[in-house]
Design a protein around this ligand. Structure first.
Ligand code: CP3
Length: 358
């Protein structure tokens, strides 16, 4: 970027630094997605989800769509966590109406030995081009979040070859061949760190790691296979000139029991799902990190009055402490009425302002 734009709305970044804000910032996981008719229209023009993600003009267009409708405090790069395994040669596709599929899943020692960290200026250049274009088109309106899957969550899909309710194929590898599992996770930790550092160099202003399936693990395996590799990623980010000053958000879904250990990685913030009270989450981390969350996404199927009440309950649970970024506890779902997202965003800002005396 030649002339970095002055950031006009820094609520999100201030909250991640646990500095006071006039009101509580909000963004929504999967805010660019199928619940928006304009997203579905752009996807139809692009032909497929992967074509959307791989053409920076399309990725930029859909990233900005939710910002045109709602008063959101952050943009998130439109892409997917599975770009890394795709770039490693596993052959990603999305069958219509179904989840992700890999043509060449990773199963054997030879498969794992063959995996190499992709070239961020080669196979994954389209992601960095999208980050650069989005930063330019945002004109500093709100900060841009870059993201990756966690090594554990990427390994879940790579070994299973598709989605699963328990990802037992990877779990079996961890029990039977822990050395191989570690080799796979170590390669992925290196790839995830390089990917996030490249996004930071391209202009991402905060970085989020989605550990969607960390919560499938028991306590000891969580520490060994999920937490340990995320800690390595955070360490690598802090050691890089491009990303050392950027806040990192770790989101391990279903891992409320591990918040204190996750905070010990040195991340700036933790995502929290809706199964936990934010007041308890805050006590668990002793105010050492910011928290992001945690409205049950299903609340967006309720009436406006209920959405407002539940949003206030989440805000009140966190209270008037610095360091809260409002979000859903997981991604928004396709059947949600976009008008109800506007109800949510406006209520969070209105009630957050009262709560914070802004
Ligand atoms: O938040 C955003 O707006 C940024 C975009 C984003 C997408 N995927 C776009 C997407 C982000 C941050 C992701 C992350 C992602 N992808 C995760 C982790 C977050 C989470 O939900 O826990 C995971 C597990 C994936 C893998 C993945 N990608 C799945 C399982 C699917 C199919 C899910 C479904 O609902 O059909 C995808 C596809 C995908 N990624 C879509 C979008 C908008 C839907 C594709 C479509 O348009 O049909």
């Amino acid at each position: 970027m030649s002339m970095p734009d002055i950031l006009q709305n820094d609520r999100f970044l201030r909250a991640l630094r646990r500095e006071p804000t006039d009101t509580t910032p909000i963004w929504v996981m999967r805010q660019a997605g199928r619940y928006l008719p304009e997203y579905r229209a752009t996807r139809a023009r692009a032909g497929s989800f992967m074509s959307l993600a791989q053409h920076p003009e399309f990725a930029c267009e859909v990233t900005l769509q939710p910002l045109a409708r709602f008063d959101l405090d952050a943009a998130i790069l439109f892409s997917d966590i599975l770009t890394i395994p795709d770039a490693m040669g596993l052959g990603l596709s999305f069958a219509h109406g179904e989840g992700p599929q890999f043509a060449r899943p990773v199963r054997t020692a030879a498969d794992i030995a063959k995996l190499a960290v992709p070239d961020m200026d080669g196979e994954l250049r389209y992601v960095m081009d999208a980050v650069r274009l989005i930063r330019r088109e945002l004109h500093g309106r709100v900060p841009l979040i870059g993201f990756s899957g966690s090594p554990w969550t990427l390994a879940c899909y790579m070994v299973e070859g598709q989605g699963s309710k328990d990802f037992a194929t990877l779990k079996a590898l961890c029990w039977n061949e822990p050395k191989l599992a570690h080799q796979l996770l170590d390669t992925l930790a290196e790839a995830v760190a390089a990917y996030l550092i490249a996004q930071a160099a391209a202009g991402a202003q905060a970085l989020m790691v989605f550990d969607t399936w960390g919560g499938l693990l028991g306590p000891a395996p969580f520490r060994e296979f999920s937490l340990r590799t995320m800690a390595r990623v955070v360490e690598a980010l802090q050691a890089s000139e491009h990303s050392h000053a950027l806040p990192v958000i770790l989101f391990s879904k279903g891992a409320g029991a591990h918040l204190a250990a996750l905070a010990d990685t040195g991340c700036a913030a933790l995502g929290v799902d809706w199964t936990m009270d934010l007041a308890d989450a805050r006590r668990a981390v002793d105010g050492r990190v910011a928290l992001q969350g945690n409205l049950d996404p299903a609340v967006l199927r309720a009436s406006p009055a209920v959405i407002r009440r539940e949003a206030r309950a989440v805000l009140d649970s966190y209270g008037n402490h610095p360091g809260h970024v409002f979000n859903l506890g997981h991604g928004i779902t396709p059947e949600v009425d976009p008008e109800l997202v506007k109800v949510l965003v406006d209520e969070v800002h209105a009630h957050g302002r009262i709560l914070r005396g802004g």
